[in-house]
Design a protein around this ligand. Structure first.
Ligand SMILES: [Cu+2]
Length: 147
């Protein structure tokens, strides 16, 4: 019985020796974490202030009046006048896809504009451009571009 008690005491003693090295580690961990979290939050704040510019672009709404026939779907306004280099935005407010396609087949063609999507076009030359929707040919409007 005396022999087994002695073995336990000697076995525990060596395992406590490494402990004095741990206290210095705690101070190293605290310093980096507050500094790292503060830096990323400051960067995105500056960016949103640049975006309001597109709101000034002339906008044509593609409209499907509620409780009306598809034949009354339209562009509003039906005619918009801009200078060369001014971006125009078409905003599909309807529930189906439309297009903004120049009648001459060359000046511009949006392709499919999905519901809630937009199409932008910046004319490079002056002229009067009639356009239509390829899906609904009765939808017609005009873009007037002056130099
Ligand atoms: Cu259409």
């Amino acid at each position: 019985m005396l022999a087994s008690t002695t073995l336990i005491v000697t076995a525990c003693a060596p395992s406590r020796l490494p402990s004095p090295t741990t206290p210095p580690r705690a101070t190293v961990i605290e310093a980096p974490s507050p500094l790292a979290s503060a830096a990323p939050t400051g960067v995105p704040v500056a960016q949103p202030s640049v975006s309001p510019a597109p709101a000034a672009w002339p906008e044509v709404k593609i409209v499907e009046p509620p409780f009306r026939q598809p034949q009354e779907w339209t562009y509003a306004p039906a005619e918009v006048s801009v200078k060369v280099g001014t971006t125009v935005v078409w905003n599909n407010t309807g529930a189906v896809a439309h297009t903004v396609t120049a009648d001459d087949g060359q000046a511009f063609d949006s392709g499919t504009i999905d519901p809630k999507a937009t199409y932008t076009f910046t004319p490079k030359v002056a002229g009067t451009f009639a356009y239509h929707c390829t899906f609904h040919p009765w939808m017609k409007a005009t873009l007037v571009v002056s130099s």
